[in-house]
Write a protein that binds this ligand. Structure first.
Ligand code: 6PG
Length: 249
């Protein structure tokens, strides 16, 4: 696990954009395409804005989502809507490269089922479910809730232990917004080639310390369950989020 501590949220956004840009260039050089699984929430917005200004191989970059609030894309709570405003409307990404979670499905559960099919189609896996191996993103972005959740995998929920599906519906966690979600499950998160956590702010410090130094259990701090099978794990956090850590990198 790599730990990078940025001075503040602005520096974190710049360093995160550099990290993502490097991963994109490397993946395209090695495999001809780059699959990026986006995170939602507020923290990544500044990173996405910075990324929009980079000279990247946008035409061979595919965008997926690790979780989504079950609301229309034009709802201010939509993770896809946030990515559209901060990045996708500012960079020449072909519409065919965007794979948002279908929040217009009949239900979040149906949306999760459809998204697994989308992943199967994009990664050539049929049927799109275990025991078939999960899709492998080149880079998975994750945020961290104050309660230690990641994606929409919330403390104490059965969703933390699902291994027979790639995507599932998730009831609201204790943190806002209190809406149903669609989320990828740990088998998919942990299949990624690279995982990058983006965490800023003092409110995250206790959860960061519990996870990085306190041996937190997944049921209490779900992000503790992010242990890539063979990929790399990097925590990019700012000084405020690092303030409860004993060891510094
Ligand atoms: C979501 C996110 C979620 C987020 C954390 C942190 O849909 O809410 O994907 O997992 O990363 O809640 O959110 P902030 O960056 O807003 O603190």
């Amino acid at each position: 696990m790599n730990l990078i501590i940025a001075d503040n949220a602005d520096a974190l956004a710049a360093q995160a954009a550099d990290f993502i840009a490097d991963a994109a260039r490397t993946a395209v050089q090695e495999r001809g395409r780059f699959s990026l699984c986006m995170t939602g929430g507020a923290t990544p917005e500044q990173t996405y804005e910075q990324l929009a200004g980079r000279d990247l191989p946008w035409d061979v970059m595919d965008f997926f989502w690790g979780d989504e609030r079950f609301v229309p894309f034009d709802d201010p709570r939509s993770n896809f809507g946030m990515a559209q405003r901060s990045l996708l409307s500012r960079a020449p990404v072909p519409a065919g490269n965007l794979f948002p979670m279908p929040t217009d499905a009949a239900s979040a559960a149906e949306g999760a089922r459809l998204y697994a099919q989308t992943l199967g189609g994009s990664f050539g896996i049929d049927p799109p479910m275990p025991p078939a191996p999960p899709p492998v993103f080149d880079l998975l972005l994750l945020g961290l809730g104050d309660d230690g959740h990641c994606a929409s995998l919330f403390p104490g929920h059965p969703t933390l232990h699902v291994t027979d599906a790639w995507a599932i519906s998730s009831p609201p966690g204790t943190l806002p917004p209190p809406v149903e979600r669609i989320t990828l499950t740990f088998p998919v998160l942990n299949a990624s080639r690279q995982v990058l956590f983006l965490v800023a702010g003092a409110k995250k410090a206790e959860a960061v310390a519990d996870i990085l130094e306190g041996g937190a259990q997944v049921d209490k701090r779900p992000a503790a369950g992010v242990k890539p099978e063979s990929g790399t794990l990097t925590w990019l956090i700012d000084e405020a989020a690092a303030s409860r850590l004993e060891k510094r990198a």
